[in-house]
Design a protein around this ligand. Structure first.
Ligand SMILES: [Zn+2]
Ligand SMILES: [Zn+2]
Length: 123
């Protein structure tokens, strides 16, 4: 605590006194430094950990690569017929898609406009 001068009688009084003990003049307590509430920082979109987000549940995880068809069928086709085997392989490769490990939904890249939208909604 420090001593300040009374606004009225100029006597030394405690800066904690709300009124001068000598003349009774109300003292304005030393105003606490005005702290401006930090402007609400608009929370930017947090950068998702993984580059893919589920369109269905918003899971941001490493997508599972789901390949349609079965390797067994592929093998059999190769064993008995060569050409259908190639066609089957090509079909499996082209229909391969990224799926959500959580719900099996479609995973899309967060860099896409739709992906950004999902990130904003879920994060
Ligand atoms: Zn006074
Ligand atoms: Zn999902």
């Amino acid at each position: 605590m420090a001593l300040i001068q009374c606004r009225e009688c100029k006597k030394q009084i405690s800066d904690l006194a709300t009124a001068c003990p000598s003349c009774g003049a109300p003292q304005i307590p030393s105003a606490p430094p005005v702290v401006f509430a930090p402007a609400t920082v608009k929370r930017g979109i947090p950068f998702p950990k993984k580059p893919f987000i589920c369109e269905t549940c918003g899971t941001n995880a490493k997508p599972k690569l789901e390949t349609k068809g079965s390797f067994l069928v592929e093998l059999l086709l190769y064993l008995f017929f060569c050409l259908p085997g190639f066609i089957y392989t090509a079909w499996r490769m082209t229909t391969r898609q990224k799926v959500c490990p959580n719900c099996g939904g479609k995973m899309i890249g967060v860099a896409t406009p739709r992906g950004r939208e999902l990130v904003e909604r879920y994060y």
